[in-house]
Write a protein that binds this ligand. Structure first.
Ligand code: GAL
Length: 859
């Protein structure tokens, strides 16, 4: 990739800023671990995909704009205990047109990771899945003569090799492999091909072996992995992806047990409910993996981010790729997930000397319990697991008794004392919300809109129905959409006309029934320029069968179908051939007969007129725009434009599109993605509170049933500028832009809930050599932002309190001193710690396990 788009200043900066590792490291592996310079390493890794957040410069004068993205994310990953950042390489953004290479900041991202002192796992693919449009393949690849994707096909292999070599050469050219002193310690070729290879038969196996050989021949000096490929040939390491990988074993006794995708949550689809994965279960899965011999684990995702532009795969993948990850879409740590996992990582690192020195030895401590001991001459670490999904257990280990909550692992870095239990969260909880900046009087007058939007009214431009472009083409029959548009746009018009004499058998008076079948994803039908019906598919089936009564007039009737894609398929055998658009039949029927229009002449227009006119680009002046206070609302196919002032401060920003239908939005010419707040999650399938005990699956813990899948759309601060900003929308279904509001991220409360059964905070761990008094449990709070102090204790209770952050209640047993003790220790402090001792709280009830809960506010 040539440095096509980077300016000389940026290039200079990225060179100057690269102060990462500079000594060449030798990366190999053995049956226990990845080995760096001869030392086995226990590694924690997390996925951050560079196009799903913004680079942002770390220049001092930009500082307030760059708190959240790349440098901030990587630092938060480091603070969370990560050693490695994993990213895919997205072929389509680097080579949108064949032969036109774009660097697209990949080198800069890898250098940013190196600057933080972390390693990189570069998953080149180049098929990446990832809920990314077409699985990361550029759509031009589909048109290479004779090509067949992901199989033993000369054209495909040539393109795949060319791109893979380009990436490797670029990394080598920038000195980024560990063997050159750079941060990249691992690379991946292909992605989960083993899940689908049987569909490709013997040619699939041949392709997989070719891919492995091709990768190795590129001589990167660091190991290659293939994930979910149980027969990955040596020396490639086959790795596991899933919600749990503790039962996985690599395919050779000389390869380490590696987990390349531990799904920290799950992705969101338009029309789906919002998935989340309980922290305790994620922590349990991680601890079980290291307990059972694993030494490399990667969170997919550690920061999910945003699918800007038209980058989502699917179909129907939403614009938010939050993933319930430890760092949320906006770049803020998600608590307690981030904090508890940080503690888990610290606990595992305390065990590292034993983990790398010894083989695990397993024993049962009773039904559904398991002890694993790593015993070396001078070190010993143990993990005690209770894999029972219902019952807490008390077990005897090495002569001592241990209480193990259901579905949990206790970690004992000295084979005696518990430093952490995965179900006992010592980290604080943070509740936050995207708070609307809308003024409190909400009538329909422009002056009541969000202050930031109030000054400027809206302009609009009507997108015409049907064919308006000169280059439209006419063909007999119905054409498949992706073959026709090459994904240059989401939109394809199919247009024809019907001549009515008056006595047609498909007419009942002037009425007829129109049936249209489509592969998806969204279809709008216009008769004589008027909307006659619309339909959409869903993430589980994109197929559409639309039936609607239509009224025809004598003479010529225009039939215009607007077919829309919402992200191209990214997963499954032959996903590249799934296709989209109107397949037919397209049929009018009435009491006496039918008219099949499927093989009549159709005229095709790729994309919208407004797209050709670049209406989304505010710097291009177009006479299409109409400025009129009485602009149309709730009308399909319309562009809107306004000016706004960015919300003050540096809190993350999102636009709330409630009130709009479906479309795409641009801020200062940059697409923030497709919006679709009217696509609702199913009514059922959600849970109020999710039981973390027992196996997790992607539909186990869902939120927001019956509600829009996504109303809030992230606007990175770096897309905004001081003073006036432009917002452009293309609205497909119809909506009221007056209802749009800006929101910013606000923290409501910080809370913690610590019981007497919890181990002490991990930072107070005492090594066996220290021979000091072991502290008991304590509650810790810390304001999320620098410069803040705890201003108020909203609630404190010691005894048997219940509830969740924002909703705590005193229990039957409660100490009268709790509030005063916590106020004394915390108010005015940026962080505080309160020990759960009887000295602090007395003993409000004996013979009961007590806990301390606190809810506090920072300002
Ligand atoms: C995996 C795939 C990832 C991602 C994930 C789901 O199968 O390797 O790229 O798609 O599923 O988020």
């Amino acid at each position: 990739m040539a440095a096509g788009t980077a300016t000389p200043l940026l290039l200079l900066l990225s060179v100057l800023c690269f102060v990462g590792a500079s000594r060449a490291a030798n990366v190999t592996y053995d049956h226990r671990a990845v080995v760096i310079d001869g030392v086995r390493r226990v590694v924690v890794s997390g996925s951050i995909h560079y196009p799903r957040s913004t680079p942002d410069l770390t220049l001092p004068w930009r500082r307030r704009w760059c708190l959240q993205m790349w440098p901030g994310l990587i630092q938060k990953a480091k603070d969370g205990g990560l050693d490695v950042i994993e990213t895919y390489v997205f072929w389509d953004i680097h080579e949108p047109v064949r032969g036109q290479a774009r660097r697209k900041d990949l080198v800069r991202f890898v250098k940013a990771v190196a600057n933080a002192g972390l390693y990189v796992h570069l998953r080149i693919g180049p098929y990446v899945c990832a809920e990314w449009n077409y699985g990361g393949f550029p759509v031009w690849l589909h048109f290479v003569p004779g090509i067949k994707f992901r199989t033993d096909n000369a054209a495909f292999k040539a393109e795949m090799q060319r791109f893979t070599e380009k990436v490797v050469d670029t990394m080598k050219g920038a000195g980024l492999y560990a063997s050159q002193g750079g941060p990249i310690i691992l690379s991946q070729i292909e992605n989960e091909y083993g899940n689908v290879d049987s569909s490709y038969g013997a040619a699939g196996k041949a392709y997989m072996r070719w891919a492995a050989g091709m990768a190795v021949s590129l001589d990167t000096g660091v190991p290659w992995v293939m994930c979910q490929q149980s027969d990955a040939p040596d020396p490639l390491i086959n790795t596991c992806n899933g919600f749990y990988c503790d039962q996985f074993t690599p395919n050779s006794k000389s390869k380490p047990k590696m987990w390349t995708e531990n799904w920290s949550g799950w992705f969101l689809s338009f029309g789906g409910a919002v998935p989340y994965r309980p922290t305790e279960d994620l922590a349990f899965a991680v601890a079980r993996f290291y307990q059972r011999g694993g030494t490399f684990q990667n969170y997919y995702m550690y920061h999910g981010g945003t699918n800007f532009g038209r980058s989502t795969g699917g179909p129907f993948i939403a614009t938010s790729y939050d993933y319930d990850a430890p760092i949320d879409e906006y770049g803020m740590v998600r608590q307690p997930k981030w904090g508890h996992l940080r503690d888990v990582h610290k606990a595992i690192k305390l065990c590292e000397p034993a983990l790398v020195a010894a083989e695990p030895s397993y024993s049962s401590l009773g039904q559904n319990t398991e002890a694993t001991v790593y015993q070396a001459p001078s070190v010993c670490a143990a993990f005690l697991a209770n894999i029972d999904a219902q019952s807490d257990k008390t077990v005897k280990f090495n002569g001592n008794m241990y209480k193990l909550p259901a579905w949990s692992v206790s970690i004992l870095p000295d084979c005696k004392n518990v430093v952490l239990n995965t179900a006992q969260i010592n980290s604080q909880v943070t509740t936050s919300e995207m708070r609307s900046l809308r003024s409190s009087t909400q009538d329909s007058d422009d002056s009541s809109i969000t202050p930031e939007l109030a000054t400027a009214g809206w302009s609009y431009a009507i997108e015409p129905v049907g064919i308006t472009k000169e280059n439209a083409l006419t063909r007999p029959g119905l054409m498949e959409q992706i073959n026709t548009t090459a994904d240059a746009s989401d939109f394809l018009w199919y247009s024809t006309s019907i001549i009515v004499k008056g006595d047609e058998p498909y007419l009942n008076g002037s009425q007829s029934n129109l049936l249209i079948n489509s592969l998806g994803h969204v279809l709008q039908v216009y008769i004589n320029g008027k909307l006659a019906g619309s339909a959409k598919g869903s993430a589980s089936s994109s197929l559409i069968s639309l039936q609607t009564p239509v009224t025809l007039v004598p003479g010529k009737n225009k039939l215009d179908l607007l077919s829309t894609t919402v992200g191209l398929a990214n997963y499954g055998a032959f996903f590249d051939l799934v296709g989209a658009g109107v397949t037919g039949p397209v049929k009018l029927s009435g009491p006496n007969g039918a008219l099949d229009l499927s093989s009549t002449d159709w005229t095709y227009q790729i994309g919208l007129r407004g797209e050709d006119l670049h209406l989304y680009n505010p710097s291009e002046v177009s006479p299409e725009w109409v400025s009129d206070k009485a602009y149309p609302t709730n009308q399909p196919l319309i562009w809107y434009k306004t000016k706004f002032t960015a919300p003050a401060g540096d809190d993350p920003v999102a636009i709330d599109f409630t009130g709009m239908g479906k479309g795409e939005a641009w801020v200062n010419g940059q697409s923030i993605g497709r919006y679709w707040p009217t696509n609702l999650a199913p009514q059922s399938g959600c849970v109020n509170s999710c039981n973390y005990r027992g196996s997790y699956s992607s539909n186990k813990c869902l939120k927001k049933c019956g509600q829009p899948s996504q109303t809030l759309y992230h606007v990175p601060r770096s897309f905004l500028q001081p003073g006036s900003n432009d917002l452009v929308l293309f609205e497909q279904f119809g909506g009221d832009p007056r209802l749009i509001s800006f929101t910013t991220r606000q923290t409501n409360s910080i809370c913690a809930h610590i019981s007497e059964m919890h181990p002490a905070q991990i930072d107070s761990w005492i090594t066996p050599q220290q021979n000091a008094q072991r502290p008991g449990p304590s509650l810790r709070l810390e304001c999320p932002r620098e410069g803040q102090v705890i201003s108020n204790i909203k609630f404190a209770s010691f005894g048997t309190p219940s509830g969740t952050c924002g909703n705590y209640n005193h229990g039957e047993c409660s100490s009268s001193q709790a509030l005063a003790v916590v106020q004394e220790a915390c108010v005015g402090m940026s962080n505080c710690s309160v020990s759960l001792s009887s000295k602090n709280f007395g003993n409000p009830c004996s013979g009961v396990t007590k806990s301390l809960v606190v809810e506090a506010a920072c300002s």
